[in-house]
Design a protein. Structure first.
Length: 461
C-alpha cells in the first residue's frame, strides 16, 4: 500500500463522535484565532492586491471574501482569504509542522463548507483531520525539510488542506489517495521570500491548491497515489535520500491527535514565532527591573540557530521585514513594554527611538545548540546596564507555544476581539466569538460567515 493510500484510509475513517474532547477544544481555539487573524489581515496590502488581481472587485460565488461584503468562487476565496490569514504573521503555530498549521487549511475549508452548506461538526472534524495529516507528514520530513529552505506551512500545509477538503466532501479512500498525489505536484514555497508579501501568498496558494486537488480528484481527475515514495516523488525530490522517515508518517495516527499534544500554539505577538521566546525574556526583565532604554548599554540575545537563520535582521527595511527581526522586536519590547500590531504598520519600523536602540541589540546563536533536536524554541536575553550591572533571563518556550503552557483564554479572546474589530463593530465581533466558541452547534457555516460581513454587521448594530 502506498503512503497516500494508507493516509487516505485514516483520513476517511475520522468521525466526529470518535474525537476526544481536548482535540475538539483545541480545534475551536485554533479556528477562532485563525478567523480573527484573517479578518485583521484582510486589510493588509498583500491581501488587498491579491483580491484586486483575482476577483477584480467583483462578487460572484458562494464563498465570502473575509473583511468584505463580496463573495467569490471557493477556489478564489481560498487564495484571497489564505493570503489574508497569514498577512500579519499572527496566526497559530505548530512545533511538529515547523510552521503555521491552521492558515493553509481553514480558508479552503470555510470556502468549501459555505458552498456545500456544511455544519459546524463537519467543519471541525475535517479540520482536525487536515491538521493531523499535515503534521504526520511533517514528522516524516522535518527538520531537514525546514532547514533545507522549504516553507512547511505551504509545502506541507497543502496536504492538510487537501485532506480536510476531501473529508468534508465525504470522498472514498481511493479518491483521497489520488488527491494527495495531486497535492504533491502542487506543493511549493521557499523561505527566501520570508519578510515579503510572497510569504502569506504561499499560504493562500497552498489553501487554494489543497481545495483544487480535492475537487479535481472528486470529479475523476487522475494523479499518482505513489507520488510520495516514487523515485522522483515528493520525499526524494523535496528532502533527498536518507533525509526522511516514511514510517513516522503513518505511525500513531490520532494517538494522540497532534492538535491535542504537542498541540497548537497561539501567538501572543504579531511577529515571527521564532522571536517570541526572546520577547518573553525581554518583557520579563523590563517588568521585573523597570528597565528603560536610557538605562541599557547593550542587549545580547541568543536563540537556536534554526530560529536565528531567518530572524537575524539588525536593520529591517520594511514593516514585513521588521516582523522577522529579533532585534526590532526586542527594541519594541524594551521601549514600549509590549509588542502589538501597530508596531508593524506603515513606517513604525522607522521610529527614531527604535532606530537609536537597534545598534545596541546583538543577536547570536546559542553556542551549545545542536541541530538534531526538537527543543529549539528557547532564548536567553542578557541586558548590560549603563551602571555595569548585567541582567539575564532564559525562556525555554514562549508562552502559548503548545498545549502544555497555553495562552490563557482571556488573552486568546482579547486577541480575537482586537483583530476582528479592525473590520467589524465591537458588538458583532463579540457575537462572532460566541458563534465560533459554539461551532459544534452551528447548523450551517453560512450563518458564521454572514456574521463576518462588515456592512451587514454595522447595519445590525
Amino acid at each position: 500500500m502506498t503512503i497516500a493510500a494508507a493516509l487516505a484510509e485514516r483520513i476517511a475513517g475520522v468521525r466526529y463522535d470518535d474525537l476526544p474532547a481536548p482535540a475538539l477544544h483545541w480545534a475551536k481555539v485554533a479556528i477562532l484565532d485563525t478567523v480573527g487573524c484573517t479578518l485583521a489581515g484582510s486589510t493588509e496590502p498583500c491581501a488587498r492586491i491579491a483580491d484586486r488581481v483575482i476577483s477584480g472587485g467583483a462578487s460572484c460565488g458562494p464563498s465570502l471574501i473575509f473583511g468584505t461584503e463580496r463573495r467569490a468562487t471557493p477556489l478564489d476565496a481560498a487564495l484571497i482569504n489564505g493570503t489574508a490569514s497569514h498577512a500579519l504573521d499572527y496566526d497559530d503555530v505548530s512545533n511538529t509542522l515547523g510552521g503555521h498549521p491552521s492558515a493553509p487549511i481553514l480558508p479552503a475549508l470555510f470556502a468549501l463548507a459555505e458552498a456545500r452548506n456544511a455544519d459546524g461538526r463537519a467543519l471541525l472534524t475535517a479540520f482536525v483531520t487536515g491538521f493531523e495529516t499535515e503534521t504526520r507528514i511533517a514528522r516524516g520530513v522535518n527538520f531537514h525539510h525546514y532547514e533545507k529552505g522549504w516553507h512547511p506551512t505551504a509545502t506541507l500545509g497543502v496536504f492538510g488542506a487537501t485532506a480536510a477538503c476531501c473529508h468534508l466532501l465525504g470522498m472514498p479512500p481511493d479518491r483521497i489517495a489520488v488527491a494527495l498525489g495531486l497535492a504533491a505536484s502542487l506543493a511549493s514555497g521557499v523561505k527566501a521570500n520570508f519578510g515579503t508579501m510572497t510569504k502569506p501568498l504561499h499560504v493562500g496558494h497552498a489553501s487554494r491548491n489543497g481545495l483544487l486537488a480535492a475537487l479535481l480528484a472528486d470529479d475523476g481527475f487522475t494523479g499518482n497515489p505513489g507520488a510520495f515514495e516514487h523515485k522522483q516523488g515528493f520525499l526524494l525530490v523535496f528532502n533527498g535520500a536518507g533525509n526522511f522517515n516514511p514510517d513516522a508518517i503513518l505511525r500513531d495516527w490520532g494517538s494522540p491527535w497532534d492538535i491535542e499534544n504537542p498541540g497548537v500554539g497561539i501567538k501572543q505577538y504579531p511577529c515571527c514565532g521564532s522571536t517570541h521566546p526572546a520577547v518573553d525574556a525581554m518583557l520579563t526583565l523590563v517588568r521585573e527591573h523597570d528597565l528603560t532604554p536610557a538605562a541599557v548599554a547593550r542587549v545580547d540575545s541568543w536563540t537556536h540557530p534554526r530560529r536565528l537563520m531567518h530572524t537575524n535582521r539588525p536593520d529591517p527595511n520594511s514593516e514585513l521585514d521588521a516582523k522577522f527581526s529579533v532585534q526590532y522586536c526586542l527594541a519594541r519590547a524594551l521601549a514600549d513594554r509590549r509588542v502589538v500590531l501597530e508596531h508593524f504598520e506603515g513606517d513604525a519600523y522607522r521610529a527614531p527611538a527604535i532606530r537609536a536602540l537597534l545598534p545596541r541589540i546583538h543577536a547570536a546563536p546559542i553556542p551549545e545548540a545542536t541541530m538534531n533536536t526538537s527543543e529549539h524554541f528557547g532564548a536567553t536575553v542578557q541586558v548590560t546596564l549603563t551602571d555595569g550591572r548585567v541582567l539575564s533571563q532564559t525562556v525555554r518556550r514562549a508562552v502559548g507555544r503548545g498545549s502544555d503552557d497555553p495562552l490563557p483564554t482571556e488573552l486568546v479572546e482579547a486577541k480575537f476581539i482586537d483583530c476582528a474589530t479592525r473590520v467589524l463593530p465591537p458588538g458583532t465581533a463579540r457575537g462572532l466569538l460566541t458563534l465560533l466558541r459554539g461551532l459544534d452547534g452551528v447548523a450551517d457555516i453560512n450563518s458564521v460567515t454572514q456574521a463576518m460581513q462588515p456592512q451587514t454587521a454595522l447595519a445590525a448594530e
